[in-house]
Design a protein around this ligand. Structure first.
Ligand SMILES: *[C@@H]1O[C@H](CO)[C@@H](O)[C@H](O)[C@H]1NC(C)=O
Length: 259
């Protein structure tokens, strides 16, 4: 009996170690897809729904319907790129949401935006609204509402147009919500005002005190340079335009948001 036991355990352990040598994939994890392009292991239905294509046998160890999905072309307006894991989209390239299949960290990495960063693209989009009237509460993802934009409506609209991200539905559209949100909720960095550059969001509101007076934070615009020019929907009676705040009695808040 003893030799038989040894033989069967040998067979058993050989089987285990052979399968352990095969690379294993995870659902929502990376894989190598069609033409050797990096992809994501997801269900075939969610792959095709979002315009991807898949190959079989590239996500070993996952359920039958999970396959390696790739989407080598994604675009929004004049910007285009490919879908990849965001940690592979380096060098400050813009990352656009809602254009790729799969999990939240598999996104459209923009490779042709002429070296412009995301803030510059958002500013450029906001500039196309030049002359639109200010309207309190105005703006959504698609454009002006009630005949115009208010300050945060203009900024949130431009973000939505460029990135596909909807701050209106995320509860971040109101100026104070935007300024006071944590970086993790915002998914954008906050930097010191001194480090501002074109495309950053700049805020106004007294002491800009999120803990004690969030209501006081009342205005947001987009920096046009590292000085004091701001593109914005300022107030009732004005139209979307450039303003210079260098000599305003109200000073900007200590932080800017970088997109
Ligand atoms: C702000 O005031 C300074 C000093 O008086 C002046 O040099 C500058 O041109 C002013 N800026 C604007 C935009 O009016």
């Amino acid at each position: 009996m003893l030799p038989m036991t040894i033989i069967s355990s040998l067979i058993f352990f050989t089987a285990i170690s052979a399968s352990a040598l095969e690379p294993r994939a995870k659902v929502d994890g990376p894989c190598t897809g069609k033409s050797g392009i990096g992809g994501v292991c997801i269900s075939t239905s969610s792959c095709t729904k979002d315009g991807g294509s898949y190959i079989s046998n590239a996500c070993p160890g996952t359920p039958d319907d999970i396959k390696c999905c790739t989407k080598p072309n994604c675009q929004s307006g004049s910007q285009s790129g490919d879908c990849r894991f965001t940690d592979k989209c380096t060098g400050g390239k813009p990352i656009l949401s809602n254009l790729c299949p799969g999990p939240n960290d598999f996104k459209c990495c923009i490779t042709n935006s002429n070296g412009q960063n995301l803030g510059q693209l958002i500013l450029a989009k906001a500039k196309t609204a030049e002359g639109t009237p200010y309207h309190w509460g105005g703006g959504n993802c698609n454009g002006p509402t009630g005949g115009g934009y208010d300050c945060s409506g203009l900024v949130s609209w431009a973000i939505c147009q460029v990135t596909g991200r909807n701050l209106f539905s995320e509860g971040l559209r109101v100026t104070r919500s935007m300024y006071c949100a944590s970086e993790s909720k915002l998914k954008y960095k906050k930097l010191n005002f001194a480090d501002r550059r074109a495309g950053d969001a700049v805020f106004f509101g007294g002491k800009c005190d999120c803990a004690n007076d969030p209501e006081g934070i009342h205005h947001v615009g987009l920096m046009m340079n590292s000085g004091y020019d701001m593109w914005n929907a300022l107030k009732t009676g004005t139209k979307v335009r450039k303003d210079n705040f260098q000599n305003w009695s109200e000073k900007p808040c200590p932080k800017v948001i970088r997109f």
